[in-house]
Write a protein that binds this ligand. Structure first.
Ligand code: UD1
Length: 334
């Protein structure tokens, strides 16, 4: 298939592009490089030995996106492009709503003009909000979030659902990710955010590299086995393979499907820190600090739908995630 990947130079996008190329798909990447580096494109080529088309554009730019659809016969789209920093979204809600919603609606309009009817969307477990019991199942209400970033995911899921109601021959797969960590085994691709990281694993990577002094674990008094929060961490390469499976499913189906991508297991912050120390043979300086606003004590996926519908299951261990994260972070530029 000819697959357009928006945000294909980003953390999850780049790993997905590698898996697409390896499976013989033709790939067109569009990315505005607002939170990604141009070198990623060369690194993808280096890893796969394959060529790809890259356009440095904002996918909310309709004319430019239209030109891309005119020049490439796009069979399907995987839509990653979007702002994703939870804290920043609280400070800059309009930017988040404008960017994330506009880019999606522009994309849908152009897809409609070119008769492209297959879309895989990068959603998040954040759509389950604070009120559902875990493990989260796809048929639970997914209509609430705790940040403007999360609300853009809720709203885009709604937009896509309404779009499919109006166009029943369209297929939209809403992939609800849990907590992707880890990096490509080559050490060439990984999570390398601009500035001080908000997410746990990039922060750990910079502490391990001596670029940050210590990790603060947000809260040690939660009602969990060791008092720290539990999350469903999954390897980014497993997540990338999940997109490939979702694309194959979309190619043969119509309608809208929300699907969790997680391992189905909860791991605590402290367990992750300990695993990182053990596999990488180092000590990580850390302190237990106060809770972070908006954090939920524990959640993980019910991962059965992905297995049944897509034949997808996470295969990497927590040790794989910690080893590959460090293999990338020790050479990362920031
Ligand atoms: C958040 C978002 C999620 C988003 C994901 C990736 C919410 C509710 N969740 O998940 O939608 O997809 O980021 O961008 O908005 N931690 C520390 N110290 C640190 C950093 C994190 O202890 O320096 C802890 C947190 O308290 C949490 C865990 O590590 O328990 C994971 O945090 P993080 O990586 O930020 O992901 P989430 O908050 O789970």
């Amino acid at each position: 298939m000819n697959v357009l990947v928006t945000g294909g130079a980003g953390y999850i996008g780049s790993h997905t592009v590698v898996e697409l190329l390896r499976s013989g798909h033709e790939v067109v990447v569009v990315d505005d490089l607002s939170n990604a580096k141009i070198e990623v494109i060369d690194r993808i080529k280096e890893i796969t030995g394959k060529r790809l088309h890259f356009y440095w554009i904002d996918c909310a730019d309709k004319e430019k996106l239209w030109d891309i659809f005119r020049n490439h016969s796009v069979d399907a789209v995987i839509h990653f492009a979007g702002f994703k920093a939870v804290g920043e979204s609280v400070q800059k809600p309009l930017q988040y709503y404008r960017n994330n919603l506009d880019s999606t609606m522009t994309l849908l309009e152009v897809m409609e003009e070119f008769g492209c009817k297959k879309l895989v969307f990068s959603s998040s477990a954040t759509v389950y909000g604070p009120n559902n019991p875990h493990p989260y199942k796809e048929d639970m209400p997914a209509i609430q979030s705790s940040s403007p970033y999360g609300w853009t995911k809720v709203m885009i899921e709604r937009i896509l659902t309404d779009y499919v109601t109006a166009h029943p021959d369209f297929c939209a797969i809403l992939l609800r990710y849990f907590n992707p960590i880890g990096a490509h085994e080559s050490g060439l691709l990984g999570d390398d955010p601009n500035g001080i990281p908000n997410n746990l694993m990039p922060f750990i990577g910079r502490v391990a590299a001596g670029k940050l002094e210590k990790l603060t674990i947000f809260g040690g008094d939660y009602d969990t086995p060791d008092g720290t929060c539990q999350r469903d961490y999954l390897h980014v390469v497993d997540l990338a393979v999940g997109h490939l499976k979702a694309l194959e499913y979309a190619a043969k189906h119509e309608g809208v499907e929300a699907i969790n991508l997680g391992t189905g297991n909860g791991i605590s912050v402290l367990e992750l820190v300990t695993a990182f120390e053990k596999v990488n043979n180092m000590k990580l300086p850390y302190v237990i600090g106060p809770r972070r606003d908006g954090d939920l004590p524990a959640f993980w996926a019910d991962a059965t739908k992905a297995k049944e519908l897509l034949g997808w299951e996470a295969t990497h261990t927590v040790e794989d995630m910690c080893r590959s994260s460090w293999n990338f972070a020790k050479n990362a530029s920031t």
